[in-house]
Design a binder for this molecule. Structure first.
Ligand SMILES: *Cc1c(COP(=O)(O)O)cnc(C)c1O
Length: 375
């Protein structure tokens, strides 16, 4: 049997039951289950405002869009970001006509605070931090740096659903935290995400912006007693970014399993670590001290990575690569050469298979082959 990198675990009967409620009620859109899921997520994440979206990508755009207009940032103002991420993080900056400035990464594969500090200019407005694999890296230092230098902080928490730091959920500090509930993430739906603004006003504005700028959502208009349901105002140009009740139904079910799923992910990671320890060839990426990672990924670094990948594929083992240095892509090539650690990691990292169907024996098989080919 082939071993894939990711396999989502859907609680199918529970999901179908929750979706059925929507279909029977005749309500699949914004409102109803989306409200219930926002409340459940806010309680779980300990973040006061949670707004359900159709993806993390749109949330990253929305976060910068709200801040750019609120603080009067100009086109081509700078946002410091990582080249070591899924392109969504960096595309979001360009959607707002801001400029991605790449800083280098550390051994946790997250932004290195000293590199970020070195790239701050008079035009820097914000920092995008990605908790790669669920790891917080040197997030605390980035929080301090942003506070000292008056920069906004956006946490791309696509891998961090359930990450805790010193016993607390990650993310009360950033101006916006954006989660992904895409099908291969830790809380899988099909496609959806959540944005959690720190500021109540930003949250309120975002709720209008995700529904075309309309100041009353359809659900409250429909549910409202009385007339004048069509008498809403449109205050500014918005987007079609809100989530729907079908995805929220799945999210509510999957959320009940998230901590248990993440703890099995951590178990798999510790089996991997134990089996690889002292066997040299594949170096596991460490998790930051005090971080209980959601463990979206288990990453190792090897020499001759591409050959190792092909050799594992011969055994029907299909790991992944997170990430290629984004400055390798032609559209971000202006940053090429500016982040040597990211460039090196880009040629060395492998994400080993990590999902809930894996067993301890699978982990042993994968490690033994990995050591054979990476040695
Ligand atoms: C998956 C991912 C995204 C995009 O999430 P979507 O919900 O698919 O839009 C953004 N950033 C990172 C780091 C991701 O892994």
């Amino acid at each position: 049997m082939a071993i894939q990198l990711f396999v989502p675990s859907f609680r199918i009967d529970e999901c179908l039951k929750a979706i059925r409620e929507c279909l029977e009620k005749g309500w699949t859109g914004l409102g109803f289950k989306t409200i219930e899921f926002e409340q459940a997520w806010s309680k779980y994440s300990e973040l006061p405002h949670a707004h359900f979206l159709n993806s993390n990508t749109v949330g990253l755009h929305l976060a910068l869009h709200v801040m750019k207009s609120r603080f009067g940032w100009a086109d081509d103002d700078e946002v410091i970001t990582t080249p070591f991420t899924f392109v969504s993080t960096n595309h979001a900056i360009l959607y707002c006509r801001l400029r991605p400035v790449f800083a280098d990464i550390d051994d946790f594969l997250c932004l290195d605070p000293s590199s970020v500090a070195a790239r701050i200019t008079s035009r820097t407005r914000a920092v995008m931090f990605v908790g790669v694999g669920g790891n917080t890296g040197q997030y605390d230092k980035i929080v301090d740096l942003c506070r000292q230098r008056g920069l906004k902080l956006i946490l791309d928490a696509a891998h961090m659903a359930g990450t805790r730091v010193n016993g607390r959920q990650v993310g009360p500090e950033p101006d916006a935290v954006v989660f992904s509930f895409q099908a291969v993430k830790n809380l899988p739906t099909a496609d959806s995400g959540m944005i959690c603004f720190k500021d109540a006003e930003d949250d309120e504005r975002a709720r209008k912006l995700t529904w075309l700028g309309i100041n009353k959502d359809t659900y409250s208009r429909t549910a409202a007693q009385g007339a004048y349901k069509w008498m809403y105002n449109v205050e500014e140009v918005g987007f079609k970014y809100h989530g729907n009740s079908i995805m929220a139904s799945m999210g509510l079910v999957q959320l009940r399993w998230l901590d248990q799923d993440n703890s099995y992910r951590r178990q798999l990671a510790s089996w991997y670590r134990a089996r690889l320890a002292g066997r040299g060839a594949a170096r596991a990426v460490e998790v930051a001290c005090g971080c209980e990672s959601a463990t979206h990924l288990f990453q190792v670094r090897v020499n001759r990575r591409d050959a190792v990948m092909l050799a594992l594929n011969e055994h029907q083992i299909y790991p992944g690569v997170h990430y290629r240095d984004n400055t390798d892509y032609s559209m971000y090539a202006y940053g090429s050469g500016s982040c040597p650690n990211a460039a090196r990691a880009s040629n060395e990292v492998i994400s080993l298979p990590l999902h809930l169907n894996l067993t301890r024996d699978d982990v042993a098989t994968i490690c033994d082959l990995l050591i054979r080919y990476a040695g």
